[in-house]
Ligand binder design. Structure first.
Ligand SMILES: Nc1nc2c(ncn2[C@@H]2O[C@H](COP(=O)(O)OP(=O)(O)OP(=O)(O)O)[C@@H](O)[C@H]2O)c(=O)[nH]1
Ligand SMILES: [Mg+2]
Length: 196
């Protein structure tokens, strides 16, 4: 069976409605749907991007935020080199789930780099619109050595930058010999944006 090389694997995780699928769709297909369906299980997409003169193939797994799918989605964290942990900054409850997702991820993939991402930033027009003190988020990220980012899939803010940073970090780690590449079967390659 033919295989294709995926340079590295990125997983999107976080609470239901945090905006994972919207971020995925914006990055992979440059689309935004106002009423996307809740993810059932996992969706997968591929994107090749140029970083510092190299072309890298990212395999991106968008997981369901509903906890009832957790035993299934957890399997897809395996071999992820980067995780985008999304929360909605206008909802404290969305941020409060962040620790749960970190624990789940770490149980499967302890070395994965985590990017803590405040989504839907178009809904924020002043600091008061945050439902969590921003300093609390920054302190938590610094303590855990997570990079942070703000994105809007709706307005296409910060999305390409986020993935470019992830790819750059991956390449830097690779130069130091800290990465393994993964291979996908061609059937997975063909379903550019499938669901299981
Ligand atoms: N204003 C605004 N709304 C957004 C943005 N991203 C997502 N949304 C909305 O937030 C809701 C949830 O988005 P999804 O992307 O489906 O959330 P999800 O994290 O994939 O949810 P699950 O699949 O259940 O885990 C939808 O109504 C989206 O339209 C954004 O950047 N701005
Ligand atoms: Mg989704």
């Amino acid at each position: 069976m033919s295989t294709m090389k995926v340079d590295f694997k990125v997983v999107l995780l976080g609470d239901s409605n945090a905006g994972k699928t919207s971020l995925f769709e914006r990055f992979v297909n440059n689309k935004f749907a106002k009423d996307p369906k809740q993810t059932v299980g996992v969706s997968f997409g591929l994107k090749t991007i140029g970083v510092r003169g190299s072309q890298v193939v990212m395999g991106i797994w968008d997981t369901a935020g509903q906890e009832r799918y957790q035993s299934l989605t957890k399997m897809y964290y395996r071999k992820a080199s980067s995780a985008i942990l999304c929360f909605d900054p206008t909802k404290r409850s969305s941020y409060e789930k962040v620790k749960f997702w970190i624990k789940e991820l770490r149980e499967t993939e302890s070395r994965c780099s985590i990017y803590l991402v405040a989504t839907k930033i178009d809904l924020i027009s002043s600091d008061e619109d945050w439902d969590i003190p921003q300093q609390e988020v920054m302190n938590f990220a610094q303590k855990n050595k997570f990079k942070t980012c703000e994105t809007s899939a709706k307005e296409d803010i910060g999305v390409n930058k986020l993935f470019a940073i992830i790819a750059q970090d991956y390449l830097m780690k690779d130069e130091k010999g800290g990465n393994e590449s993964i291979r996908l079967h061609s059937s997975e390659e063909q379903s550019k944006s499938g669901c299981c």
